[in-house]
Design a binder for this molecule. Structure first.
Ligand SMILES: [Zn+2]
Ligand SMILES: [Zn+2]
Length: 265
């Protein structure tokens, strides 16, 4: 399951709200059905249907569990399609199924899929809260130097390192890649005094960070490289000999990061 990209025009299968009227829409793996954040989180928006609406109660009352399970599998929805979770296609779920409270909508979602959807929403909310920490830190460090502004391209590169270094569980491959991308930029078109200063300050004072990266328990390699970026990277353009002395030129740092490969894993 995945969150729908903003440019697609889609609506929630269960409440029919357009993606523009809800905060998040999650697509089923086959992308034929969608569920919005409201249907996922607001109690009462979906109606609980055990397995077999209408006749379920009488079947349960008169037949053994095994027989009713057998009938449940045979049961088809009025549309003629077998009763399944519209997201994972399971026919049975111990938690039961939920359907739309609107008339004539034949989709249903199982309790397990709802749990996964809630988790997706929570993870996204977590990333958004990192984002506000990043914005604060960025505003502190992204200042012009000698009338030269920080490149707009720097922001997403730095943010990727930030998000990756705080993500739980840590993905070392993604973090390494984010650091490499940032350093590549500083080696090439982004090698300006303003950019090098901004990156240096960002890692030197983690003020405004959601959490201090230094306390993240990052693997030693990563911790060291982020610490080094906050040492003498700011000297790269105006005093390259000093930066070089500390091993802090972007190309020196990149060399180190490339050595992580296969080493810390
Ligand atoms: Zn909905
Ligand atoms: Zn399901």
């Amino acid at each position: 399951m995945s969150v729908v990209a903003p440019h697609q025009q889609l609506s929630c299968t269960f409440c029919k709200k357009s993606q523009y009227d809800v905060k998040k829409l999650i697509a089923s793996p086959d992308r034929l059905n969608h569920i919005c954040n409201e249907c996922i989180t607001q109690p009462g928006k979906l109606k609980f249907i055990s397995d077999r609406p209408d006749r379920q109660q009488t079947v349960r009352a008169t037949l053994s569990v095994r027989v009713s399970a057998f009938l449940r599998d045979l049961w088809s929805s009025p549309s003629g399609k077998p009763f399944r979770c519209s997201f994972c296609q399971k026919k049975r779920c111990s938690v039961g199924f939920y359907g739309s409270s609107l008339m004539d909508i034949q989709a249903q979602i199982c309790g397990d899929c709802l749990t996964v959807c809630r988790k997706i929403l929570n993870d996204e909310a977590g990333e958004e809260s990192y984002a506000s920490g990043f914005d604060q830190a960025w505003n502190v460090v992204a200042r012009s130097r000698d009338g030269q502004p920080v490149s707009p391209t720097l922001r997403p590169l730095l943010k990727a390192v930030y998000v990756q270094s705080l993500s739980q569980p840590l993905n070392p491959i993604e973090l390494q890649k984010a650091i490499e991308d940032l350093l590549q930029f500083l080696i090439g078109e982004g090698r300006t005094n303003a950019n090098c200063w901004a990156v240096d300050l960002f890692f030197a004072n983690s003020q405004g960070w959601e959490r201090d990266w230094a306390e993240q328990g990052l693997p030693e390699d990563f911790h060291d490289i982020l610490a080094m970026m906050g040492e003498a990277l700011h000297d790269t353009v105006q005093h390259p000999e000093i930066a070089k002395n500390y091993g802090c030129l972007p190309e020196q740092l990149l060399e180190r990061v490339k050595h992580f490969r296969g080493n810390s894993r």
